[in-house]
Design a protein. Structure first.
Length: 423
C-alpha cells in the first residue's frame, strides 16, 4: 500500500476493494466511453482501453507525532447491503490497517466526509452478534449539517440498515461529534481542516491537510473519479443536488489547478494521487505515486522483509523501472542505505518517477508488461493478494513477489491532534 508525505504528515492508503466494472456506468452515467476517449491521460490507470472507469474503495490514515486519524471507513465486512458489490464482504481491510502499524485501538480520530454506505462501514465490526465501534478510543466526527439532513429524511430500508449497523452504534457509545463547518472550513486537529463541499450530500466535506508549507486535499465524493477533473460537468447518479455538486466541483478544481496541493481521491484507483495542472488539451491530474509502505507484520514476526527490487533496478508502483536511476547506478553513483539501493536523485530509499507509457521500438512488449504491472492487486478475503507480480528475470528464472512483499521501507511519522473536537 502506498504512502505520501505532506510536510511532517504521512498519509497511508488503506485498500479495501477494487469496485467492479459495472460501477462506473452506474455511478457516473455521463462518463461514457466516448467522453473518456477525449481524455487520453485517463488510460490505462483510471479507465480501461474500452473506456470503462476504474474505481476503488479505500481509507486514508494520517499519521504525525504519534497521533492517528482515519478518513472515511469504506464499506465494511459481513454487512447486509442492497448493492451486490458491497454485500457481505470479506476483505482484509483490518489486516492492512494493522500492516501499516495502525492498530484500531490506537486511532485518535475518525473523520467521515459524509454518511453514505461506502464511507462508514468500518466504523463498526461484529462482536458476539452485535455491531460495536471498531475504533474504541477514537472520537468520530462528521458535519452537523450532514447528520441533521439524514435525521430528517424518510429513509428506505437499505439506508436504515446502514445507519443501524454503522452509525447508531457509534452514537449510542457517545463517540460521535457533530461539527459546525464554516464556509471557510474548520480545523479539527493541527493541520487538519474540514472544507465544505456540498452537493453530493448537503453536509459533505473534503479534508485539507497542511504541514511545513505543504498541502493535500482528500476529496471524499465531491470528485468521485479523475474524469470529473477533466470534465467537472459529469455528475453522480447519487448526488443529492447535482447542480450544487457541479458548482462545488468547478470552484474546488479552479482553486487547486496550478498549485502544489496534492489531491488524494477517495475512490481513485492507483496511482490515486496527483496535482491538478493545466495542459493545452485541458486540465489533467499529474500523477504522484506514493512510496511503498513497509509491512510491520514482518518486523513483528522477526522475519526478514524482502524488498521488491533487485540489484540496480528499482520497481515503481506504476510498473516501470526508473531509467535515470538505473543509469546512475551503473555509473557507480548509487549509494546504499540500510542494505537497499537508493536513488541518487531522491532522499528516499525508493524513488518513483511518473513515467509515460513505453513507446518506440519496444512498445509491443513494454506496454503489455507495463499494463500488467500497474494494475492494483486483487485481494482475497484473507487479505493476501490473489496473485503475485513478476518483477524481472534473474539468471534465467522469474523473480516474483506478492504485493505485501512489495512494500518498501516506511517512514513512520503522525498528526498533532488538537482536542477541540468533542474532547
Amino acid at each position: 500500500m502506498p504512502s505520501w508525505s505532506v510536510g511532517n504528515l504521512t498519509v497511508h492508503r488503506i485498500d479495501e476493494t477494487e469496485l467492479p466494472p459495472e460501477t462506473g456506468p452506474w455511478l457516473l452515467p455521463a462518463a461514457t466511453p466516448e467522453v473518456v476517449d477525449r481524455h487520453a491521460w485517463l488510460k490505462p490507470d483510471f479507465a480501461t482501453e474500452d473506456g470503462i472507469l476504474r474505481l476503488a474503495s479505500h481509507s486514508f490514515v494520517v499519521v504525525s507525532d504519534g497521533r492517528r486519524i482515519v478518513i472515511d471507513t469504506g464499506i465494511g465486512n459481513r454487512k447486509e447491503r442492497a448493492n451486490p458489490a458491497w454485500h457481505n464482504l470479506r476483505t482484509g481491510y483490518h489486516d492492512r490497517l494493522v500492516d501499516v502499524g495502525v492498530e484500531p485501538g490506537t486511532v485518535d480520530l475518525v473523520l467521515l466526509t459524509h454518511l453514505h454506505t461506502d464511507h462508514v462501514g468500518w466504523n463498526t465490526h461484529e462482536v458476539n452478534g452485535e455491531w460495536v465501534p471498531l475504533f474504541t478510543n477514537a472520537r468520530y466526527a462528521t458535519s452537523k449539517l450532514e447528520r441533521e439532513y439524514w435525521a430528517a429524511q424518510d429513509m428506505d430500508e437499505p439506508r436504515l440498515q446502514m445507519f443501524r449497523d454503522s452509525v447508531h452504534p457509534v452514537e449510542n457509545a457517545g463517540l460521535l461529534d457533530l461539527v459546525d463547518v464554516a464556509a471557510d472550513g474548520v480545523e479539527v486537529a493541527d493541520g487538519v481542516r474540514l472544507i465544505p463541499t456540498p452537493g453530493h450530500t448537503p453536509g459533505h466535506v473534503a479534508v485539507e491537510l497542511t504541514s511545513a508549507g505543504e498541502t493535500a486535499l482528500i476529496t471524499g465524493d465531491c470528485v468521485h473519479h479523475p474524469v470529473q477533473i477533466a470534465d467537472p460537468e459529469v455528475t453522480s447518479c447519487v448526488d443529492v443536488d447535482p447542480a450544487q455538486a457541479r458548482a462545488t466541483r468547478h470552484t474546488l478544481l479552479q482553486s487547486l489547478a496550478g498549485t502544489d496541493t496534492l489531491v488524494l481521491g477517495t475512490h481513485f484507483p492507483p496511482p490515486t494521487a496527483g496535482r491538478i495542472v493545466h495542459e493545452p488539451d485541458g486540465v489533467h491530474l499529474a500523477f504522484q505515486p506514493g512510496w511503498p509502505c513497509r509491512s510491520t507484520s514482518s518486523r513483528k514476526a522477526g522475519t526478514a522483509h524482502q524488498p521488491a527490487w533487485r540489484g540496480a533496478w528499482a520497481v515503481l508502483s506504476r510498473g516501470e523501472h526508473c531509467g535515470r536511476w538505473r543509469s546512475a547506478a551503473r555509473a557507480g553513483q548509487g549509494r546504499r542505505r540500510g542494505g537497499r539501493r537508493r536513488c541518487p536523485l531522491s532522499p528516499r530509499t525508493v524513488h518513483e518517477h511518473s513515467l509515460p507509457r513505453p513507446a518506440g521500438r519496444s512498445a509491443a512488449a513494454g506496454v503489455d508488461r507495463w499494463e500488467r504491472l500497474q494494475r492494483p492487486a486483487r485481494f482475497r478475503g484473507d487479505g493476501r493478494a490473489a496473485h503475485c507480480r513478476p518483477v524481472r528475470r534473474q539468471r534465467g528464472r522469474s523473480s516474483t513477489v506478492s504485493p505485501a512483499q512489495q512494500r518498501g521501507r516506511g517512514l513512520p511519522s503522525a498528526v498533532r491532534f488538537g482536542h477541540g473536537v468533542g474532547r
